[in-house]
Design a protein around this ligand. Structure first.
Ligand SMILES: [Zn+2]
Length: 106
């Protein structure tokens, strides 16, 4: 008999049993929240991610930040034409400092 064929009154007991097993297994062996593989490295355990999944999450965060920065640069680029002299001077000075701080040769 498959689980789908079990009588309705049997489900709660089966669900409680499955839940108790899950809690026990989590307590006994931490798993990656992404792929559910067991974690043994203390750093990975504290992160909740294995090394591979943590690297992938960081790449996703990096890609999201690249998109945000590109959007800001586009916004700035589109407003340069309508800036007054003071605004242009402020933007020019800020960009010069930023490029210098980033080590970009202007
Ligand atoms: Zn993982």
């Amino acid at each position: 008999m498959s689980p789908n064929e079990s009588r309705p009154e049997e489900f709660p007991r089966a669900a409680r049993k499955a839940f108790a097993g899950a809690v026990t297994s989590v307590a006994e062996s931490p798993r990656c929240v992404c792929c559910r593989r067991p974690l043994s490295d203390p750093v990975s355990v504290s992160r909740g991610f294995g090394r591979v999944c943590f690297g992938r999450v960081r790449l996703d965060q990096h890609a999201a930040m690249v998109a945000v920065v590109r959007q800001r640069i586009d916004q700035l680029s589109m407003t340069v034409d309508v800036m007054d002299a003071d605004q242009l001077e402020s933007v020019n000075s800020a960009l010069a400092h930023l490029l210098d701080a980033l080590g970009v040769i202007a």
